[in-house]
Design a protein around this ligand. Structure first.
Ligand code: GDP
Length: 478
């Protein structure tokens, strides 16, 4: 299928002239009346900041097909996807663990619990999928890539602590994304629990409980005893019904990467959440800048599965590298087209990176020129998964002050290697590992250089240490 430049421009509501200009940049000369193929059209659409939607019609499955309009087949109700947010220590992780523990059907209990970035449970009212990286950083990292993976936010507020800064932050994030909120007032088992205070405080932020005439469902729960969790799940299902969440069940799968990591012996392991269609073993998948054939699908219980439908998370093996969390993935049938798109994206990513580096270099030069007394805290950062890397980079990014700038000079997924140590040494950087260790060579090298490698497993721990390092660097006040 082909489309004329003029038609495509019209569909995107841009001037045809802009499209021809962009085409020229991509090395193709075309007039407004000329037709271009779908792959080129999709690249154009993407370049212009729109989201191309692949046609999931079986008739055209033989081609890598995109269309600005969406066609679908066998549309069905799909489970809601839930992200849990809230202040640190209010019980996000405990709640995720408790739901998982109590709701996994006994038949599936044979498997070993795997952390794949999400899991789904069956309730009386249907299936619910939880993204199991709690927190706002992961939520916004996904969103900044245009991946609207979450349908509903569960906001956890500890009944003995009330509304705290990150509670407010979570409300802001959910609002910005237009995602409905359900409140879980947690730690009801504690003697100091004061749910009315929570209701009051939330009302001040215009999150008003249904009990008080507002539109936010609130469940009183305990992630420790399990009290109220069924109510919470019911609220989620009711909200989902209201939202009439639907997705086509048939056709080539499309979705989002929720997490990816390198695993010894298995290679790149990529967790995805299917949004449309059905993902199958043997499918050719294009995810971000990489593509490959799906060798195996594994669910969150470590069990091999053959297929995964809408809102179902699975881990896939077969991609050559780890795409970033939040990247879209889609099943394609034409390997040549997949390669074309992957190459195009790789080049584009490289260009953007160069631009960013140049901008950063310039910025820091200007900074140094303008203010002679600015210091830099250089950081080399390694993490276990892309998700935590992005969350940490986002958090570190916000720490810079006028006096001290935080500069991540290198970051990546995997163990701390010799070259990380060398780089940190040569650039006087601190070397931080998040859920990863240094390999033996790196450790020897660091010892020899008398360098300290710091290890963390909690984001806030790392951030706090960086903050103290920064204050240690502050020039004494005059
Ligand atoms: P997160 O930082 O929001 O993920 O919070 P955690 O799930 O790690 O919980 C923080 C602390 O509160 C842990 O010590 C939990 O055991 C405890 N906690 C979480 N939920 C409850 C609850 O419902 N009741 C009580 N008594 N303690 C809880």
């Amino acid at each position: 299928e082909h489309i004329t430049v003029a038609d495509l421009a019209q569909r995107m509501a841009v001037k045809a002239r802009e499209v021809t200009k962009l085409l020229m940049k991509m090395g193709e000369i075309a007039r407004e009346s000329d037709t271009i193929d779908q792959a080129t059209a999709s690249l154009l659409v993407e370049e212009m900041g729109h989201n191309p939607v692949p046609v999931s019609d079986t008739k055209v499955e033989d081609d890598l097909q995109y269309a600005v309009d969406e066609r679908s087949s066998n549309v069905q109700t799909r489970p809601p996807v839930v992200t849990i947010m809230g202040h640190v220590d209010h019980g996000k992780t405990s709640l995720l663990d408790k739901i998982r523990e109590t709701k996994v059907a006994t038949g599936e209990a044979g498997g070993i619990t795997q952390h794949i970035g999400a899991y789904h449970v069956k309730t009386d009212r249907g299936v619910i999928t939880f993204l199991d990286t709690p927190g706002h950083a992961a939520f916004s990292a996904m969103r900044s890539r245009g991946a609207q993976a979450t349908d509903i936010v569960v906001l956890v507020v500890a009944a003995d602590d009330g509304m705290m800064p990150q509670t407010v932050e979570a409300i802001d994030h959910a609002r910005a994304a237009g995602t409905p909120i359900i409140v879980a007032i947690n730690k009801m088992d504690k003697p100091g629990a004061d749910p009315d205070r929570v209701l009051n405080e939330l009302t001040a932020k215009e999150v008003v409980s249904e009990e008080w005439g507002g539109d936010t469902p609130m469940a009183r729960i305990s992630a420790k005893t399990g009290e109220g969790i069924d109510d919470l799940l019911e609220f989620i299902s009711l909200q989902a019904e209201l939202m009439e969440l639907e997705a086509p069940l048939d056709g080539a799968a499309q979705g989002v990467v929720i997490e990816s990591r390198l695993e010894k012996g298995r290679g790149p392991v990529v967790s995805v959440l299917v949004k449309k269609g059905t993902l199958k073993q043997g499918d050719l998948v294009l995810a971000g800048e990489h593509y490959g054939k799906v060798r195996a699908l594994t669910d969150e219980n470590g069990q091999r599965v053959k297929t995964a439908g809408p809102s179902i998370p699975v881990e896939i093996l077969g991609l050559p590298e780890t795409p970033a969390a939040g990247s879209e993935f889609l099943v394609v049938t034409d390997e040549k087209k997949a390669r074309e798109v992957a190459d195009f994206r790789t080049n584009r990513e490289r260009e953007r990176q160069l631009e960013r580096q140049n901008a950063m270099r310039l910025e820091s030069m200007f900074d140094q020129m303008a203010q002679g007394d600015v210091s830099f805290l250089n950081i080399v950062l390694k993490t276990d998964v892309r998700g935590s890397l992005e969350a940490l980079l986002a958090a570190l990014n916000e720490l810079s002050t006028d006096e001290v700038k935080v500069r991540v000079i290198s970051s990546g997924v995997g163990p701390i290697s010799e070259s990380d140590v060398t780089l940190a040494e040569s650039s006087e950087a601190v070397l931080l590992g998040f859920n990863v260790r240094a390999d033996a060579t790196a450790r020897r090298k660091a010892d020899a250089a008398n360098m300290d490698i710091r290890y963390y497993s909690v984001i806030y721990g790392l951030i706090d240490d960086v903050k103290s390092a920064m204050s240690g660097m502050l020039a004494p006040e005059h």
